[in-house]
Design a binder for this molecule. Structure first.
Ligand SMILES: [Zn+2]
Length: 497
């Protein structure tokens, strides 16, 4: 598990802006609903949706600042992403959305919340993943968010937010740079952690849209033969939280108000559904327990994990949790003992190898880390994030003979996940080590563009143009990057950034 560096938050405005139209337009496995295509043909609509996505990006971007950099950030983890996608993909398919258009963000925040925004973007907080008590509850939330996407809902109050954001916030702070520098008083920076905006009726969908998203969620669950018990349980759980604390309200309740109509709707749906008692595929629940243990062990105090699992508990979950908690606690021998015992019992589990690779890598045992990651990649060749970790270890191993292997892993990862700035960074390192200055500059430009650092992107793209004079294919990519930088700058200035 990696917490994305703060600088990478800068990537989101650009990634989201550039992705939204492209993915909506792509045919892919399922045809997007006609209205999505309509929207694309209509430039005003398209610009509007780009703006909305941009706002979403800013919201994400502001999020870590509000609660300090200590623990709030986006989180990337091959296993957690894989598990959540295994829940969302079937829902996307029955909703008529292309699973490839999904952009999933796991926000490391204690607040219980999830949100959807155009172009296939869904963000879910670790707080929600830990508060839910079953996979089905998380699935019901994801089904509801998917319904917002499928119906192309637009958040109420977004214009007011937009105005306030641009005039007030950006006016005061002087742009994204200042936002990144951090101002806890940045007022509007609070969608997922504060009640302020939601209480004023901003940044939530209308009551009608909430109702229609609930109906959509119920319809998707029916189509899949999955129970709506999860939504009934999750709403009860949030209501209990609400009753227990006058001070604190789960932000989810504020962005998705729990009125009695919603609760009645799901209760009656549940009561008459033929799938009310249907069980999910067995591994859905097991995997959910695993990611809960993983998130707890990685993001909360290790003491929590040690308190939950007695030393005598030799279950998979106990050993997994302790392997991570010991690692976080710098008790490396204990950590290795746990992960090795898991690998002895479950040698075919890619994520145990991934964890072992991470622990080895982060404790400087790079050669051994390459072997663990190699095994993880062999077991799940479809997960680009594992390949990037493998390539990183190969490059850092200092063994020149391993450079080409790293390179081929990076190219493969890039094919499957083209926009990961970390892949570009590693490609730049690779070319740097090969003495290919022009290509190193090209990938540094690509990475900088990816993280929204336009000044560095421009500087590196200029170097690439200079050094790649005689390499027509790569020269044209460098020219494209220069063009993209120009467009980004124009867009930013039109936004008053
Ligand atoms: Zn909603």
């Amino acid at each position: 598990m990696q917490l994305v560096l703060k600088i990478l938050f800068k990537a989101f405005p650009r990634l989201l802006r550039s992705k939204a139209p492209r993915n909506d337009g792509e045919g892919g496995m399922t045809t997007p609903p006609a209205r999505h295509c309509e929207a694309l043909k209509e430039p005003k609509q398209s610009r509007k949706s780009i703006k909305l996505i941009y706002l979403f990006a800013i919201i994400l971007l502001l999020l870590p600042i509000k609660l300090s950099a200590k623990e709030d950030s986006l989180l990337r983890d091959a296993e957690i992403e894989d598990v959540l996608k295994s829940y969302i993909n079937p829902i996307f398919e029955v909703a008529g959305l292309n699973p490839k258009s999904l952009h999933l963000y796991i926000v490391n925040s204690k607040d219980v919340n999830a949100m959807a925004m155009g172009g296939g973007h869904i963000a879910i907080n670790t707080g929600l993943l830990l508060r839910a008590t079953s996979a089905l509850q998380v699935i019901s939330v994801l089904a509801h968010e998917t319904a917002h996407l499928a119906d192309n809902h637009i958040m109420r109050g977004i214009d007011a937010y937009e105005k306030a954001l641009l005039q007030g916030l950006l006016g005061t702070l002087g742009g994204v740079g200042a936002i990144l520098a951090g101002s806890p008083e940045a007022g509007l920076a609070i969608l997922m952690s504060s009640q302020h905006l939601a209480e004023r009726g901003l940044l939530k969908f209308s009551r009608m849209q909430e109702g229609s998203a609930d109906q959509g969620a119920a319809r998707f669950l029916d189509k899949l033969g999955w129970s709506s018990l999860g939504m009934v349980e999750f709403m009860d759980l949030l209501r209990k939280d609400d009753l227990l604390s006058e001070q604190f309200i789960d932000p989810y309740v504020l962005t998705h108000p729990l009125n009695s109509e919603r609760i009645d709707f799901f209760r009656s749906h549940f009561n008459r559904s033929p799938h009310a008692k249907a069980q999910l595929p067995a591994d859905f629940e097991d995997n959910f327990k695993r990611i809960q243990v993983k998130i707890t062990a990685f993001t909360l105090n290790p003491a929590k994990t040690f308190a939950r699992f007695k030393p005598t508990d030799s279950s998979l979950l106990a050993r997994y949790g302790r392997a991570i908690a010991y690692f976080k606690n710098s008790q490396l021998n204990e950590s290795f003992a746990e992960i090795d015992s898991l690998l002895k019992d479950y040698p075919q589990d890619p994520f145990f190898w991934d964890l072992k690779g991470q622990i080895l890598f982060e404790t400087g045992k790079i050669q051994d880390a390459t072997k663990a990651y190699e095994k993880a990649v062999e077991l799940r060749p479809d997960l680009p994030l594992l390949r990037v970790s493998y390539a990183h270890a190969l490059i850092e191993s200092g063994d020149k003979n391993k450079l080409e292997k790293a390179f081929s892993e990076l190219l493969r990862a890039k094919t499957e996940e083209p926009d990961n700035p970390f892949t570009h960074r590693l490609l730049a390192v690779y070319y740097g080590k090969k003495g290919e200055t022009g290509l190193a500059a090209l990938y540094l430009a690509e990475m900088s563009l990816g993280v929204g650092d336009l000044a560095t992107a421009e500087q590196q793209a200029k170097r690439a143009l200079h050094f790649l004079k005689n390499d027509s294919a790569n020269l044209s990519r460098a020219k494209d990057i220069m063009e993209e930088i120009k467009r980004e700058k124009a867009l930013e200035s039109s936004w008053g950034l």
